[in-house]
Design a protein around this ligand. Sequence first.
Ligand code: FAD
Length: 434
Amino acid sequence: IEEKFDAIVIGAGMSGNAAAYTMASRGMKVLQLERGEYPGSKNVQGAIMYADMLEKIIPDFREDAPLERHAVEQRFWMMDDTSHTGMHYRSDDFNEAMPNRYTIIRAQFDKWFSRKVREAGATVLCETTVTELAHDTKGKVIGVRTDRAGDVIFADVVVLAEGVNGLLGTRAGLREMPKPETVALAVKEMHFLPEEVIGERFGLKGNEGCVIEAAGTISRGMTGLAFLYTNRESISLGIGCLVSDFASTTESPYALLDAFKRHPSVRPLIAGSEVKEYTAHLIPEGGYKAIPQLFGDGWVVVGDAAQLNNAVHREGSNLAMTSGRIAGEAIFQINSRGDPMTKENLALYKTMLDNSFVVKDLMKYKDMPVLLHTHSRHFFMTYPQLMSLAAQNFMRVDGTPKIEKEKATTAAFIKARSRWGLVSDAVRLAFAWR
Ligand code: FAD
């Protein structure tokens, strides 16, 4: 490619598509490069997609986007080996004209998003891996090299939307490799069932959907979460734990997923299903403290590559779309003024991102990743077991006076964690949550 572009976007995931669409739809000359055979072929997500963030990019997306079900119910489960203690929230208010959350299948959704990017005027090349960033003599990023024959492809600015591994940014010295304690390794399966069976099992009608997030002994004391989401004719379920935790145990991700599927609370939900897909992927979970330098001379980084992921709320794609959109808007502003894409000017991206929910949310939970990691055994093993014990003690009617039951429950908590341990865990959690 001989011509020079206003911007090159590396990656056609959520963040790359958002950035490319935002710039191309405003008339900028954009080249997007994706190593996969097609957009979405390399991407893994649960997947809940948050409508508000996409509406800000493509307001009428509901007209033709491939959406599965809209969530009307969310269940949070604290699991031990035989039970779950849960909180369910279901509301008919979620059956609104423009629902707030949908399940999606990324392979289909990314293809649709990419079509929108092309229609907006961007040039999209798949099966093209960017191998390195090209710099001028002063270190400014001036373009990229790819695995296709040819020299540097030049652009005023390069948007790194290459996902969690971010090898290009790391190789170019723009940031460090994510640390094992800040990334989770997640595995996911797709279980196919007839639409009406899913409706019956989860009490859903039409396109209503149900979301289950689960923590507890299923992660064997490691920092991790499991999920189960209803699609139209399939159920996505998976589990992920910190890479550093896997490294210090003999547990394997697949064994955890297998145990989750065999759990008495989960097994009936997927009984008789046909498994068609098994995928594994990393999730950035270091939160605010893991965010690297976000911009420099001729470059910005967005989405998972910028570690923008809210593990507490299990949100990633919305932070990816929003950071991509904001980067695109900032670049467009600089471009419209005719200013160069210098580090000073691209600082606008960070200013705008700092003012968005993305950084504000990550800042709110800035201490949570370290707390959960350093106290994982208590939060993901001891407490779920104690909660189950307390619930069962409370519910089992066996002639034991209630006062004795309460004493037994309190004694179990103190035996497991001591009074001081209980108070300090509560205080730590409250501070990390505030
Ligand atoms: P990606 O989607 O990873 O896209 C990066 C793209 O860059 C890929 O297409 C890749 O092929 C391409 N690429 C990489 N290197 C190069 C290169 N050198 N040259 C060219 N192309 C390149 N988030 C939610 O909001 N809701 C959920 O329910 C949810 N569930 C999840 C479940 C799992 C199991 C996982 C793993 C993640 C989940 N997430 C969820 C997180 C969400 O998937 C990510 O936050 C989101 O995909 C990030 O988008 P991205 O565009 O930054 O990166």
